[in-house]
Design a protein around this ligand. Structure first.
Ligand code: CA
Length: 365
């Protein structure tokens, strides 16, 4: 095949023509900012190209580049390729990279209220999170929380309800949590500590080895899709549910405010719209792939599924309320976000009880 045919076959000819048309239009209309090109770095807290999370960031970059006719091109970096996972927030705040993709609860040491924008124990499901963030004042509170750091946050992905985690030994009662060393970030980790466990925060890339060598006794990561990809079933046999600590985790896109303000308005809108598109797409991907992966884990790898005992969940819920109340007592913004979330949930519950919840409970076959 001749090179020209190959290029046309790949649709590259059309893209080049579209870019040329955009440039021509910019010259004709005299809008000089339309001819300006931007090259950004997007750093992530995920292993490079990790299914769902990392690939979501890559897909975001692809859409922005395609929609902008190449005027904003974004190079994506995985954990450790530019900075380590837990340095993403600082690097984007400083402007070393223009954007970062990760989970807000990783930054709870800097902003007490940060976990609310990802997940809090026994909090909102994915559907409820989106309702609160987009239509219940959640995004506005999130922007307020990140503004002092020169960062603009946007929802950009959701894992759906996570799994309770992988355990080397069965959990029969609250006593089995005593001394349990478990990877669990965010407020879930604080709750675990109050239940007698020892929470550990590790980036995804370090989990498997820690579990396999016995450096930790248990871990949560995401759900079947991602947990299968890490091979966690090779290091622990018991897989608990539900993910009480993360009922519907929202992922974040953080943008350096100065960099964002330097973009023409249409590129700003492309960034916002692409983040919103990935927010939906990722949840759909997780829902579909989690279902397949759970089947694989159980039928091919002999994983033993276990529900958390009811009294363990009741105790964890009690401790979660205590953690939320106490933190609200120390931090004014945390208290405001907690109240916003609770008020929204009070309004949503009566509706969801007669809608999704009633439907799922009655649906047959
Ligand atoms: Ca998790």
């Amino acid at each position: 095949m001749k090179r020209r045919d190959l290029i046309q076959g790949l649709g590259l000819g059309a893209a080049a023509a579209a870019t040329a048309a955009c440039s021509r239009q910019a010259v004709e209309t005299g809008t000089s900012d339309r001819s300006q090109r931007f090259q950004w770095k997007l750093i992530t807290t995920w292993p490079p190209n990790f299914p769902g999370l990392g690939t979501g960031a890559v897909e975001f970059a692809r859409r922005v580049e395609a929609c902008s006719g190449g005027r904003l091109s974004i190079r994506v970096f995985g954990d450790g390729e530019f900075v380590p996972a837990f340095e993403v927030f600082d690097a984007v705040a400083k402007g070393t990279a223009e954007m970062g993709h990760g989970a807000s609860y990783y930054w709870k040491g800097k902003i007490a209220a940060a976990p609310f924008f990802c997940a809090v124990p026994f909090g909102l499901t994915a559907q409820e999170m989106n309702a609160w963030l987009y239509h219940g004042g959640g995004v506005e509170l999130w922007q307020e929380a990140y503004a002092p750091f020169g960062l603009l946050p946007m929802p950009c992905g959701n894992s759906g309800c996570q799994m309770g985690g992988w355990f080397r030994h069965e959990i029969h009662s609250v006593a089995d949590l005593q001394g349990l060393k478990m990877r669990m970030p965010g407020l879930g980790g604080e709750v675990l500590a109050r239940a007698g466990g020892t929470p550990v925060t590790l980036p995804g890339s370090e989990i498997f080895t820690a579990l396999q060598t016995g450096a930790i006794d248990a871990t949560e990561w995401v759900g079947p899709y991602n947990d299968l990809a890490f091979g966690l079933y090779k290091a622990a046999k018991f897989y608990y549910y539900p993910g009480w600590h993360e009922p519907g985790s929202t992922l974040e896109m953080i943008v350096n405010r100065q960099a964002f303000d330097s973009l023409p308005e249409d590129l700003q809108e492309i960034v916002r719209t692409s983040a919103a598109a990935i927010n939906d797409r990722m949840l759909a991907e997780f829902t579909a792939r989690n279902a397949e992966a759970l089947q694989t884990l159980v039928s091919q790898h002999g994983v033993e599924l276990r529900p958390y005992p009811a009294d363990v969940l009741a105790r964890l819920q009690e401790l979660s309320l205590a953690v939320l109340e106490e933190t609200a007592g120390r931090d004014a913004l945390f208290a405001r976000v907690l109240e916003s979330l609770r008020a929204f949930r009070r309004r949503m519950d009566p509706y969801l009880a007669v809608a999704e919840r009633a439907m799922l409970n009655t649906r047959a076959g």
